[in-house]
Write a protein that binds this ligand. Sequence first.
Ligand code: C2E
Ligand code: MG
Ligand code: MG
Length: 692
Amino acid sequence: RFRASWGLFAAATGSWGAGQVVWTCYEVVAREAAPFPSLADAGYLLFPIFALAALFVRPSAAFEGKGRLRVLLDGLMVAGALFNLSWATTLGAVYRQGADGAGALVVGMAYPVEDLVVLAVAVMVLVHARARTGLLLVTGAIVGMGVADSAFVYLTATDTYTTGNPVDLAWVSAFLFFGLAALLDNGPVEAQTESRTSSSLYLGLPYLLVILGISVVVAGGLRGTTDPVTVVVAAIELAALLARQYLLVLDNRQLFLASQAQQSQLRYRAFHDPLTGLANRALFTDRVGHALDLHRRTLRPLAVVFCDLDDFKAVNDTLGHDVGDALLVALADRFRAIARAGDTVARLGGDEFGILIEDEGEAMAVAQRILTDLVAPIPLADRQLRVRASIGVATVASTDPPVDGQELLKRADVAMYAAKRSGKFTVSAYTPELRDRQVDNLDMELALTADVMNDAVRVALQPILLSDGSVYGYEALARWDYEGQPIAPETFIPMADRAGVLRTLDLSVISKGVACIDSLPAGAGPATLTVNIGLSHLPDERLVPALLSLLAAHHVDPRRLVVEIPEDRSIENPAVVRTLTRLRVAGAQLALDDFGVGYSSLSRMGQLRPDLVKLHRSFVVGLESSPHTRDMLAAVIDLSHRIGARVIAEGVETESQLAIARAAGCDAVQGFLLGVPAEPPLMAATHPVTRA
Ligand code: C2E
Ligand code: MG
Ligand code: MG
């Protein structure tokens, strides 16, 4: 468009030049005064038409977008003002003078009027331009043309024009300006640098012209020489000005509304989670603070429900973050549906949601409803996803002392954490003991981790005796003290598992057991070493090589190792099956631990084909009182023997239990009666194996 524009300017100057050639033919070749109007005038009059087209084709902010009406009004103002100025200087005089015939008058008047229109458009383009050098020169050229044309028409009308009049210089300068403009106009390049420095000055230009135009009319009026046409034009100018101002007012209003909408959108974004549209932590904290204020003033109760999805990371890791996001959005809808109108539902972090309930009695019900509603499957990514959550509830009843917002959120968090610890997928309500326990637990876990890493967990060995009273072997059991108190393995084993150090713990206990097994009293053959392997440790590929190298280091035959397999469904896991197979191949024996409770099943017993079956203590306890248990015992022993496994009764504490167990056919016994688990240095001196 920029090129096309300059092409049209070239056409404009070309047509003017053609007119000039015709005129020169009359004046110089034919040596006669050119008639008026003549063919030359056709060329001259085409100039402004092409120039006008050039200005319209040029890429300009003036003719684009919504501003068109404004530019039109501005143009009207400018054109009107220029007309008034021109009328006062030349046009009026030409008109009053009249001409030699209507044709001459029309053509004569056409020059300045055309120039006015072109000039008005040029001014408009100039006002809205970003790069102005070229446009300033073009406007200068058009002003030159306008002045020259007006003066020429005026002089011709008053019959005072002769070739060589100083007015001719105006044409010369106009074409000089055009030449310079063509050289210096780099509009599109400059446009990119977007300089708006003087734009306010340029924006004032139309107003300045209107003031001048109207002043001229008023001045004429004062002198009593007003032409009605100038008054009409002045009125049009004023009307355009008023319309222009009205548009400005409308624009202002629209801008104001837009900025208001933008502001409220910013505010919304600052307080909402962009993914789910729920309140974010900032808004939630604010609302909780507000509810606590109300509680302080009017004793209105409230509750905060904290909900953390169980194992959400697995969804992200296996199905991808897109599915994770979609799941969160679906869950947000469920939360919204569960909450009542006045409650605030927020997404507090990755997979954490919070609900503020401004009526404490409802809180537990809402929490329970979340648990039951969440489990309904969510169809996503061609599958039915099931989500579970651990929920903590912290309430502030009317009678409770005021609390601070941060404290309340912390309480809900503590309760949620307790729910996670008690096996996930439950609701737990905050109590002060919960926090104490949590802090304690954390300290304890840190101490345990440190001790495991420092190899400071100890081993106790408990003898297992054959029915003739001779030693079959020993079970290695972990021992650990915290703050001077012995802690039960049932407590610290799961803790080590959570802390990720169970594997290290198992191996350190086993290594200590292996190290001392040959220093302990033995029976007819070398004593066996029974070891416990954590469930999460069993699938580990490094387990069997680690065990074998421990045994090799102390020259212990792998056939003396008995590995206890806990009763659990997860032993069907292929990785666990692989471990067990490798153990068997290496010569180790497998013992099914705690038989009689938990997941015991005959099919599993058949699958595993254990070398040993260890009857759980609870089984043995019932022996003395219940004949039924004795029948069961007889049956289990018979069954075990049929699959080639020997039976060990665990937890034998009394002589009568021992007698019954032996009578029923147990191959070996283990229990406090026969020997308590003892740590190696003490063991040599006090272990009570001799009792048997
Ligand atoms: P478990 O494998 O069934 O070990 C036998 C448990 O019965 C031991 O408890 C032992 O002290 C106890 N016990 C033995 N005789 C009697 C008795 O006559 N009466 C009573 N009431 N109890 C008796 P302990 O040492 O508290 O260990 C508990 C459990 O912790 C073990 O059960 C085992 O599953 C686990 N565990 C112990 N040490 C380790 C270890 O190093 N690694 C792993 N992964 N687990 C271990
Ligand atoms: Mg055991
Ligand atoms: Mg056991």
